[in-house]
Design a protein around this ligand. Structure first.
Ligand SMILES: NC(=O)c1ccc[n+]([C@@H]2O[C@H](COP(=O)([O-])OP(=O)(O)OC[C@H]3O[C@@H](n4cnc5c(N)ncnc54)[C@H](OP(=O)(O)O)[C@@H]3O)[C@@H](O)[C@H]2O)c1
Length: 299
């Protein structure tokens, strides 16, 4: 009998890649989007997992609206924290292993080096607090749990999701013909979703538990990343550097949130692909999925 896994948030950017990669490796996958399984509904989640009886549960569902979360912290907390408790409790009942995803925003950005797993978290806002609470819930109820923190996720799934991603935002702005202003004083490690999904499943295959960082591999400012996007896309819009003082957002964000992948590499997982190569792959995949509906992305 094939191994069974469930992916929650299966039509999000990361969810579609997890489903694809698990199926490629021979797993039988329950790919559930919000309409099939709302992770805030504890009873429904418990029933669904008892029925499917998976060995592995991956939670790619999240509330990702960093600024809106400042106005509705309860909504962010319900999905990113309390629902993770639901998943952990339900996993315990069916003895399934849980994989949960968190964020570089659990840090305050005062470090001078890519953040490692043992660096002290200090979230700066409602979204970040909710994601840190989710990590704690996952690890409170389960011994066999893998928590993966990532950063600035971009995958071809973002072409058709409501939230999109930074690459799609840049392409939209370029299409408007107006000057584009991007912050140069905020640094992260943008992460290619297919590579993130593959590395995560590599960690599962190696039976790794606990906390791991999987970022894009290099620290880069959003301005420099935008420049790279336009270079790879063959576009030349007017791109201007701005900064935190000029470009205020509702939520505070860490100025520096690049993640170190050293722990992942120490356990024998291949380094992430170079960022430019990931963008080239993104654009190749984007061509295939442009115009495709969610159904196509899920298959
Ligand atoms: N995107 C980033 O830049 C970023 C950065 C750092 C960390 N992360 C983390 O990486 C993981 C994957 O993110 P992503 O980029 O793939 O996000 P995404 O594309 O926004 O996908 C999230 C998915 O979760 C679903 N969802 C939301 N609430 C739900 C609920 N109550 N029940 C079931 N599904 C629900 C969404 O459905 P709807 O479309 O219906 O809302 C969406 O399909 C998340 O844990 C996120 O916090 C992301």
């Amino acid at each position: 009998m094939s191994r069974r896994a469930v992916v929650f948030g299966a039509v999000g950017q990361l969810g579609v890649e997890l489903v694809r990669e698990l199926r490629r490796r021979g797993w039988s996958v329950g790919a559930w989007d919000r309409s099939q399984a709302d992770i805030t509904d504890a009873a429904a989640i418990e029933r669904a997992l008892a029925e499917f009886d998976p060995q592995l549960v991956l939670n790619a569902a999240a509330y990702n609206q960093v600024d809106v979360a400042e106005k509705e912290p309860q909504a962010a907390y319900a999905v990113n924290a309390l629902a993770v408790r639901n998943l952990a409790v339900a996993c315990r009942q069916v003895d399934a292993r849980l994989v949960h995803f968190s964020t570089d925003y659990v840090f305050d950005g005062t470090a001078r080096h890519p953040y490692a797993e043992d660096d002290h978290p200090h979230p700066l806002g409602a979204y970040a607090v909710s994601k840190l609470a989710g990590e704690l819930y996952a690890r409170a109820y389960l011994d066999r749990v893998l928590v993966v923190r990532t950063s600035g996720v971009f995958g071809p799934g973002g072409v058709s999701t409501a939230r999109g991603n930074f690459v799609e935002l840049m392409l939209r702005l370029a299409g408007s013909g107006r000057p584009i202003r991007v912050v140069e004083d905020h640094v992260a490690s943008p992460t290619f979703a297919p590579a993130l999904a593959a590395r995560t499943i590599d960690l599962i295959d190696r039976d790794q538990n606990g906390l791991f960082h999987i970022g894009g591999g290099i620290p880069i400012s959003w301005f420099q990343f935008a420049k790279m996007i336009f270079e790879v896309a063959g576009l030349d819009p007017m791109l201007l550097a701005t900064n935190e003082r000029e470009y205020r957002t509702t939520a505070r964000r860490p100025r520096y949130s690049a993640l170190s992948n050293a722990k992942m590499e120490r356990v024998g997982i291949a380094p992430m692909p170079p960022l430019k190569q990931a963008l080239e792959q993104y654009f190749a995949l984007r061509k295939q999925v442009s115009g495709a509906g969610k159904e196509d992305l899920r298959s």
